[in-house]
Ligand binder design. Structure first.
Ligand SMILES: *Cc1c(COP(=O)(O)O)cnc(C)c1O
Length: 361
């Protein structure tokens, strides 16, 4: 029998989550962020499902954008970090990509280029994230140079990015919004600021373009329950199966480093998925896992190809029984919190070894 490991993809959920984002920001255009292989879900699969539904897509680099164009995606595509060297502008123009301009160097490349047609530019302002972007005091100067540049289209977008939109009531987000408004004053053009957290929790940030990523995949970046996030449906469900079951006596240990010790007569189920399949090695004892739809806890260290679960409290568990590591019924963010990371990282790190299987087209 083939390996039971699958990252199951529900594309109906993907479309549902996009519709939810649009309902939350009804006056904004929607740019789907599908960088990093669509957060591990499979960029081309996701892009083909979203192409007719979104106003644009966003990726991190030219290579990702070219792969999208090669697969037939026609939606506008924004390079979120712009180009990394001037030669990429030529390819961007040929493939009709949109580019971020976040600093003097990129603007000079654009001013000095010879392009087949002008590019739509997203002028990125640094309002407090301090990672990329033009300082707000120079927004007007950059804007005017873009306006004067024959390689830039006239319809410049002003954008910024939040550091703490996932923190309800964050002072920094408030300050970023105020700085953005001030910096954009008097500059004609569309504006964009909202990532998923801001789409869900900061309606003042929606402007003309929202840029959701994580929420499209059905996950909430916000802590706890949030009314906006309640309707999200997970796109990826990571599934495996039990391949062995055994009884372990009190005092016996399980797995590498003997990191789990039975304190009672225990039943241990071994599942054929490990860190080589995208399950986080740092997930500790007790991390929740679904076996036949019921919660069990990790017992012992995560191996490369296997994990072990304490199923003592569950009704009879047998080899072949279905195991869900995250997804439907178990949010990836909850598993990630046990492992000291975020759901973004777990889905994005999913290796090619684990097949993506579209179960809901
Ligand atoms: C990745 C990214 C997003 C999407 O963020 P989510 O938290 O996944 O919604 C939006 N904007 C920029 C600039 C990004 O880099």
């Amino acid at each position: 029998m083939a390996s039971p490991n699958q990252a199951r993809l529900d594309l109906a959920a993907l479309r549902h989550n996009l519709a939810l984002a649009r309902r939350l920001a009804p006056r904004s255009q929607a740019m789907a962020v599908i960088k990093a292989n669509a957060y591990g879900h499979g960029m081309l699969t996701v892009a083909q499902a979203l192409d007719p539904l979104v106003d644009a897509m966003a990726v991190a680099c030219l290579e990702e954008a070219l792969a999208l164009r090669a697969s037939g995606v026609v939606a506008p595509i924004l390079l979120l970090e712009g180009v990394f060297e001037p030669g990429e502008l030529v390819a961007a123009a040929q493939q009709d990509l949109w580019v971020t301009i976040h600093d003097e160097r990129q603007l000079q490349w654009l001013e000095g280029a010879s392009l087949a047609r002008p590019l739509r530019c997203w002028l990125k302002l640094d309002t407090g994230m301090h990672r990329l972007g033009v300082t707000p005091g120079r927004a007007g100067e950059f804007y005017r140079r873009l306006r004067a540049c024959p390689n830039a289209r006239g319809d410049i977008v002003l954008s910024t990015h939040f550091a703490c939109a996932d923190e309800p009531g964050s002072e920094l987000t408030r300050s970023q919004l105020a700085l953005f408004d001030t910096a954009c004053r008097g500059l004609a053009g569309e504006r964009s600021a909202a990532n998923s957290a801001a789409v869900l929790a900061w309606p003042d940030s929606h402007y003309d373009w929202i840029r959701p990523g994580y929420m499209l995949y059905g996950n909430s970046p916000l802590p706890g329950e949030h009314p906006g996030a309640r309707g999200l449906r997970p796109v990826m469900t990571l599934a495996s199966a039990v391949i062995a079951v055994r009884d372990v006596a009190p005092g016996e240990t399980v797995g590498y480093g003997a990191a789990w010790t039975a304190t009672r007569p225990s039943r241990i189920a071994t599942v054929c998925i490990g860190y080589g399949d995208g399950y986080p090695r740092l997930a500790p004892n007790g991390t929740p896992v679904l076996v036949n739809g019921r919660r069990a806890g990790l017992a012992g260290r995560v191996s490369m190809d296997m994990i072990t679960l304490d199923v003592t409290e569950l009704p009879r568990v047998e080899p072949g029984d279905e195991v869900i590591l995250w997804g439907e019924g178990l949010p990836v963010g909850e598993v990630a919190a046990h492992a000291g990371t975020i759901g973004y990282e777990l889905t994005t790190r999913m290796p090619a070894r684990t097949p993506r299987v579209v179960v809901q087209p």
